[in-house]
Design a protein around this ligand. Sequence first.
Ligand SMILES: NC(=O)C1=CN([C@@H]2O[C@H](COP(=O)(O)OP(=O)(O)OC[C@H]3O[C@@H](n4cnc5c(N)ncnc54)[C@H](O)[C@@H]3O)[C@@H](O)[C@H]2O)C=CC1
Ligand SMILES: O=C(O)C(=O)CO
Length: 323
Amino acid sequence: MKVFVTRVIPAEGRQLMIEAGLEVREWKEKRGLSQKELISNTQDCHALLSVGTRLDKEFLQASAHLKVIALHSVGYDNVDVKTATALGIPIGNTPGVLSGATADTAFLLMLATSRKAFYMHKSIIKGEWGFFDPTADLGIELRGKTLGVFGLGKIGLEMAKCCAAAFGMQVIYHNRRKNEAAEKEVSARWVSFDELLEQSDVLTVHTALTSETRGKFDWSAFTKMKPRSIFINTARGEIHNEGDLLRALEEKQIWGAGLDVTNPEPMRSDHPLLNMPNVSVLPHIGSATEETRAAMSVLAAKNIIAGLKGEQIPFIVNPGVYK
Ligand SMILES: NC(=O)C1=CN([C@@H]2O[C@H](COP(=O)(O)OP(=O)(O)OC[C@H]3O[C@@H](n4cnc5c(N)ncnc54)[C@H](O)[C@@H]3O)[C@@H](O)[C@H]2O)C=CC1
Ligand SMILES: O=C(O)C(=O)CO
């Protein structure tokens, strides 16, 4: 049986599929696939392993013969899951294995932003390292401050643990429902969304992108935050409104921001956020460690192998497909 893979993936996952007797065809070009290329490459395949490729209704309807689709990500906001379920196609993702690496990225952005690290690094390259000025380029300390987590799930909990252990930060969070197990692990306290905005010194976003979370951090939200607070988003760029974020920073409604995700991606290289001292931006590298990407490829391969054997896939996004 044949699997089409929309990017070259780590050897660990590829090898697992080859050992299971599958023919693996990877898209090796340094550019994304067009919709036409995606459809034509998938036509003679039994499964698709998708690395960040948008899978919309048109694609799914043209590829209804697929026995399984495995995503090389935990997020599945770029897939029309409803259509896949209606067509009987199981969708798999890669939960858990990337929580540590993604939380590390949120932590890195928090610390870098609080000390203007990216901006100061660029100032050396520009030849601006002058005399020692005790009043210039001052950051904000994190010790004993309040971390607000929007979405205390797997990644949010890892971030909360890091912040509590490293800086003794108190953790508050907002989920639709309380996460009592996580509350115990980091002594976290549930608050309303408005209380999260009002009380957080650092507010870090870790929800999936859904119709409820899209655009959640807009002008109205930023104006409720503390003037010396830092906003971190490693979840999805569409959860904040980038224009409103820029304005909130320019008008000093908030102090700083750290983003691993932007809207759109890639961010344009002359975006004004990239020149602000209190802003740190990374190009969506949350899960980008050797260990994590290898583990993600293995989970995706396991989903493909199980799906092609006609078994229930181990990491399923749409369990309703089996009912
Ligand atoms: N930057 C990157 O490279 C990466 C980004 N991500 C993003 O992080 C997201 C979270 O991943 P996990 O922690 O594994 O997911 P998870 O499902 O374990 O946690 C998400 C949490 O958000 C909460 N939540 C959902 N809707 C909410 C709402 N409307 N209001 C408040 N809370 C809500 C859920 O109850 C859950 O506790 C992914 O969906 C993905 O978009 C994930 C991995 C890497
Ligand atoms: O897993 C995800 O959802 C990502 O964004 C990349 O790892």
